[in-house]
Each structure stands twice: as structure tokens, then as C-alpha cells.
Design a protein around this ligand. Structure first.
Ligand code: GDP
Length: 393
């Protein structure tokens, strides 16, 4: 059996175990390294070769995106990662990093439960860092932080361990100030913390990363990192502390699974009757309940036609189902269901609740449609949060 087929089978097995699923997005200010990090994760999960990670930009699937060097459309990929002897299914949604595409970022956030926020260590938190954090927190999506381009602190700014740590702490303090300001009325504390392991740092370009838990495990210190970076020993650094392992461990440990996330998220994004059976099915991620799917992205496939990608909150999606699409009359018939692997879609026989699915046949669906087996109150419309507008007087 081919390796790819094996990965698909492994993903299919995990789709039925919500406690082993993490639906995540990576979001960042433009050029802070989101695409390079995504490639690292794909390479770490065996989806693309290690050597091409960072060059291939697998998430930038459209030619014009590659030409323009920016990611326009949210792309999706599923991968597996072993953490504490258990395999996990990580459904990753890429989000556009460019100012003009804020609407896509918000839509991507609707599908996920955790947001990995990437910040360039040299530039620090920037306006779009604030925007993506706001988008995540408004959707009830939990943040974690990856501080990227730490190699630049060593090689360009020639910082020592003390200066480096101070700079990293400054970035964390700034990000936490933003988070605190946005979650004042919440009963949970979602600030990030180095000690708790919700912050990691490293170099997506040179494919190494560390966190406090990883440093304890590998014994690698800031001094070691500086030595290895300065002497050009980056391959050793990558071998000893690969970025993808550190980040995917953080994802598996600290991001909520759908069972944890949906009871919190459903009241935030759906204003239907909280006492209804449907509400209960969504909160419980009930794969035997009614189908409730929210499409967050529509893409065109030359063969399959329109593909609706989104989050399945309840029920199980299967070929042949006739589903209501909010805001339209009549029903659409599902032609196929699948998951994404890199830039290609793999058809599977069924997708149960808690997963990100790619569905064909929903010809009336648009990004933001509620698709369901019973008529229901649609999800809240996805509010587009735009960049602060600078007006000239
Ligand atoms: P995105 O716009 O957030 O997707 O950013 P990219 O991943 O496209 O990276 C933007 C630029 O920063 C590219 O030229 C990358 O090669 C570079 N870059 C990304 N990560 C690192 C890093 O860890 N260190 C350094 N020095 N450059 C990086």
C-alpha cells in the first residue's frame, strides 16, 4: 500500500475519535512565516519531503498565489501526529495573511477550535496580529503563540541569551495584553504562557523550534541554540529539536478537542433554541444526530465542480444525503465527501461530527451557509473584522 493511502486510512480511523482531533488555524501578520511554518508541519507529518519544506509552499495551491507570494484562499490539510503514545488527527486550515483577505480569516476561524498565532521575533506584534487574535477570540477559538525567526535575533541582531529572552518576553507580554483586552468578559484565561507550554519559539526557515516542555525533554538551552546557529550547525539543531514535533505537541496538548470546544463555541456562533435536541447534539458532537455543517470556504475543482469545505458540528456526512442549505429553497444532494491532504482532496465514505469536511454537490452553498438535514436557525453570520482604517484629515 502506498504511503499516502496509509495516511488517508489513518486519518479515517481517527475521524471517529473526537478526543484525538484538533481543528486548528495558523494566523499571522503578513510575512511573519505562516506559510513556512505550515510546510514544516506538513513535512513533519510526512506529507511533503523534509528537504522541500519552506521552498515548496504546499499551502499556496493556486498559481497566482505562488506568483504573488501571498496566500489568498484558505487551503486545508489533514495530518496525523503522535503525542503521548496516541495518534492525533490535526485538521489544519491555512488563513490568508494579507490585509485584503480578512473575511477569509474570519471564516477559517469558524471551522477551528485553536489558532496558532505566528509572530516575527524581530517585528513583534503587528496590526494584523491584533486582527487575527480578535477574530479568533470572538469565535471562541483558543490561541497559542509561535514566535518565529529567532535565528534573526542571533545572526542579524547578534543578541546573547539574556537579550534574546527579554525580547521574547516582550513579545509575549504584548500578545497577552491584546488577549486580556479581548477576553475581559470571559470566565476563562486564555493568555499564553511559556511555563504552561502555550508558547513556542524557533525558526521556520531552519526548521527548529523549542518550548519549555521540549527544552526540559531535550536538555537544549538558549546557549546551545546560539552556539549551533552561530556555527551554522542548523541541521543538528533541526535533528535534535524539530520544529514540527514541538509545535504539533503543543497543538495536541493545549488546543481543545471538539468535545471540549463545541459546548463553548455553539452558544457563541448559533442563536437557536439552546434547550433543543439539535443544540444538545451539536454540543455533544453527536455523530448520530442531525447533520449540521457550516461551509466556510467554496473552491472550484475542474472535475468535481464546487467543493464546500467546512466544519461538521453534528451528524455524519455521506454521499447521497439530501440537505437543506440556509437561505435557499429546496435541498442539495451530496455527491461526495472527503478530506484534504496537501492541495488534493481525498474522497472517503463518510465524515463524522467534529471534523473538517470537503463536500461536493452543495451547489447552492456559499461560504457561510448552514447545511443541515433538518430546517434550522442558521449559524450567526460571520462578521468580517477589518484592519483599522487610517484616514487622512
Ligand atoms: P507568511 O506571509 O506569513 O506566509 O510568510 P512566509 O512563510 O511566506 O515567510 C515570509 C518570508 O520570511 C519568506 O522570505 C521566508 O523565507 C522568511 N522566513 C520565514 N520564516 C523564517 C525564519 O524562521 N527565519 C528567517 N530568517 N526567515 C524566515
Amino acid at each position: 500500500m502506498g504511503r499516502r493511502k496509509k495516511i488517508v486510512q489513518e486519518c479515517e480511523k481517527l475521524m471517529d475519535k473526537p478526543e484525538q482531533i484538533r481543528n486548528i488555524a495558523i494566523a499571522a501578520h503578513v510575512d511573519h512565516g505562516k506559510t513556512t511554518l505550515s510546510d514544516n508541519l506538513l513535512a513533519g507529518a510526512g506529507m511533503i519531503s523534509d528537504a522541500t519544506a519552506g521552498q515548496q509552499l504546499a499551502m499556496d495551491t493556486k498559481e497566482d498565489e505562488q506568483e504573488r507570494g501571498i496566500t489568498i484562499d484558505a487551503a486545508n490539510v489533514s495530518m496525523t501526529h503522535e503525542w503521548e503514545d496516541e495518534n492525533h488527527l490535526i485538521n489544519l486550515i491555512d488563513t490568508p495573511g494579507h490585509v485584503d483577505f480578512g473575511g477569509d480569516v474570519t471564516r477559517a476561524m469558524r471551522a477551528v477550535d485553536g489558532a496558532l498565532v505566528v509572530v516575527d521575533a524581530v517585528e513583534g506584534a503587528m496590526p494584523q496580529t491584533e486582527t487575527v487574535l480578535r477574530q479568533a477570540l470572538r469565535e471562541g477559538v483558543k490561541p497559542a503563540l509561535f514566535i518565529n525567526k529567532v535565528d534573526r535575533l542571533i545572526n542579524e541582531l547578534q543578541e546573547g541569551p539574556q537579550e534574546m529572552q527579554e525580547r521574547l518576553l516582550d513579545v509575549i507580554t504584548d500578545v497577552n495584553e491584546l488577549i486580556r483586552g479581548m477576553t475581559e468578559e470571559k470566565d476563562y484565561d486564555w493568555t499564553v504562557s511559556v511555563d504552561e507550554g502555550t508558547v513556542a519559539f524557533g525558526s521556520a526557515l531552519y526548521k527548529w523550534g523549542v518550548s519549555i516542555p521540549s527544552m526540559e525533554e531535550t536538555g537544549i538551552s538558549f546557549g546551545d541554540i546560539i552556539d549551533m546557529e552561530e556555527s551554522g550547525n542548523r541541521d543538528e539543531l533541526h535533528d535534535r529539536t524539530p520544529l514540527s514535533d514541538v509545535v504539533l505537541d503543543m497543538v495536541a496538548e493545549h488546543f481543545p478537542d471538539p468535545l471540549d470546544a463545541q459546548p463553548r463555541r455553539v452558544p457563541t456562533i448559533w442563536r437557536g433554541d439552546a434547550e433543543s435536541e439539535l443544540a444538545e447534539q451539536m454540543r455533544l458532537v453527536d455523530d448520530e444526530g442531525e447533520v449540521v455543517f457550516m461551509s466556510t470556504d467554496i473552491s472550484m475543482d475542474p472535475h468535481a465542480g464546487e467543493i464546500a469545505t467546512g466544519r461538521l458540528f453534528s451528524g455524519t456526512l455521506e454521499k447521497g444525503q439530501e440537505l437543506y442549505v440556509s437561505g435557499t429553497a429546496g435541498k442539495n444532494r451530496i455527491q461526495s465527501v472527503g478530506i484534504f491532504m496537501g492541495d488534493s482532496r481525498e474522497e472517503v465514505s463518510r465524515v463524522p461530527a467534529g471534523n473538517i469536511a470537503a463536500v461536493t454537490g452543495l451547489r447552492d452553498a456559499i461560504a457561510g451557509s448552514t447545511v443541515s438535514s433538518v430546517e434550522m436557525t442558521p449559524f450567526e453570520s460571520i462578521e468580517h473584522i477589518s484592519e483599522p482604517v487610517i484616514t487622512k484629515s
